[in-house]
Design a protein around this ligand. Structure first.
Ligand code: 5AD
Ligand code: SF4
Length: 434
């Protein structure tokens, strides 16, 4: 019995799919396969922007024929989109061939749902309001070696006005520090070389004994062994000197901070309910760079938030320069039903939005190229994670998140390699072993 999982969205979802694979294994689906060969196909959906939903709708719809032709094939759809108000019903009405619909809080229940479906003809729909336990009780089938994802928090309490996450992932819950440390220790013993701590807002982590995020990070990075630590996502409103001090203290912690700013304009930041100002963001980065001069910062940016003027958009452009950002994920604002911003007046024209994002991407790419070029001639340590068939080269990331490519006669996946950089191209570096 084989399984195929289609994942949309963020790292949180990628890791959740590893846990879904773990549940499927326990249920008797022993190996992953192509979509056509699978006995069960699971879609793990995302709803952060409209296009993520459209993708899923298209791909689920395309399975109608396969489902009709292949007796016994199960199709399950889960994750954020299913958890959205009214979406499970919409999916069921549009695609009656879906066997199982489950939300973001019922991973523990998935096995029972599959068994229930096998015993009945009717499809099974199960949505829970909130996550019960913070432990999933499942061993994930990890697919990102040498990196391992580790959840530290679930959900979000921030309610940024554009964002649907708090509605579909529920209130914030922190895992017990002991559980997290135990998991990291086991992963390092198994040979994982990079641990990425995951949370919608890692900085607001609070352990059962009051452990803060910097304290947790300190304890994770104090575990013996040669490995790297990354974390995401941070929120500028929660940036602290303690965090910087811990990053500085440990070589194991990558000198890279992903700090989504969303906009460079204070009026828009206020409308977004972000609870910091441009000035605070810039002064926090100044502190970070005073303490850790080589630390690189990346961000997320949204253009065309309701009522955003040309001048306000230009504040975002100037912030990219002023904050000396290395790279950014850039998005056009997408209204999400149920969020505050979706009710706001002053939607921006699609043409204007497209023009703004094009200009923003051009600037961000120029910044990335400028930053990468400085690496030519330097030696950086990369953690080799894959082999690129097309290029015929191994690849891995440096601690700042750049991809480094190199040739080697033998498999290097999972090894730390010192690369002398000979060429830079956008976010990619090319080099030779030093
Ligand atoms: N429209 C556009 N971008 C969004 N993001 C979150 N919600 C929306 C939305 N409604 C972006 C933010 C966030 C990233 C994960 O997705 O930039 O940091
Ligand atoms: Fe969404 Fe804001 Fe929470 Fe991030 S911090 S998940 S953008 S509500």
């Amino acid at each position: 019995m084989k399984y195929h999982i289609v994942t949309y969205g963020c790292q949180m979802n990628l890791h959740e799919s590893e846990k879904i694979a773990g549940v499927l294994k326990e249920t008797g689906y022993t190996e992953p396969s192509s979509l056509e060969e699978a006995d069960i196909i699971v879609f793990n959906t995302c709803c952060i922007r409209e296009n993520a939903e459209n993708h899923a709708f298209g791909n689920i719809g395309a399975l109608k024929k396969l489902k009709r032709e292949k007796k016994g094939l199960l199709i399950a759809v889960g994750g954020c989109m299913v958890q959205e108000a009214g979406k499970a019903k919409l999916l069921k009405d549009k695609f009656p061939f879906i066997d199982i619909l489950f939300g973001t809080h019922n991973l523990n229940e998935l096995r029972a749902l599959i068994e229930r479906k096998k015993a009945q003809k009717k499809s099974v729909i199960s949505l829970l309001e909130e996550r019960g336990e913070t432990e999933d009780g499942v061993t994930p089938v990890r697919t990102s070696y040498p990196n391992a994802w580790v959840n530290i928090t679930y959900g979000c309490n921030n309610f940024c006005t554009y964002c649907i996450v708090p509605y579909v992932r529920g209130r914030e819950r922190s895992r017990r520090a002991e559980d997290i440390l135990g998991e990291v220790q086991a992963l390092v013993s198994e040979g994982y070389k990079e641990i990425t701590l995951l949370g919608q807002n890692v900085d607001s982590y609070r352990g059962e004994d009051g452990t803060t995020f910097p304290e947790l990070l300190d304890r994770v990075a104090s575990i013996e062994g040669k490995f790297r630590v990354r974390f995401m996502t941070s929120h500028p409103k929660d940036f602290t000197e303690e965090l910087v001090a811990v990053m500085k203290k440990h070589d194991k912690i990558c000198k890279h901070l992903h700090l989504p700013v969303q906009s460079g304009n204070d009026r828009i930041l206020k409308l977004m309910n972000r609870r910091y100002t441009r000035e605070k963001y810039l002064s926090d980065l100044a502190l970070l760079r005073r303490e850790i001069p080589d630390c690189e910062v990346t961000t997320d940016l949204i253009v065309a938030f309701p009522t955003e003027t040309e001048e306000e958009f230009e504040d975002t452009l100037s912030l990219v320069e002023e904050a000396d950002l290395s790279s950014a994920f850039t998005f056009i604002y997408s209204p999400r039903t149920g969020t505050k911003a979706a009710e706001m007046e002053g939607r921006i024209d699609e043409d204007v939005a497209k023009d703004r994002i094009t200009r923003l991407i051009a600037l961000v790419n120029a910044k990335t190229r400028e930053k990468s070029a400085k690496y030519v001639g330097r030696t950086v340590e990369i953690l080799c994670e894959d082999f690129d068939e097309k290029k015929g080269m191994y690849l891995g990331r440096d601690e700042y998140g750049r991809m480094g490519y190199f040739k080697s006669d033998k498999c290097r996946i999972g090894e730390f390699v010192d690369l002398k950089i000979t060429e830079a191209n956008g976010i990619s570096l090319y080099g030779e072993e030093a």
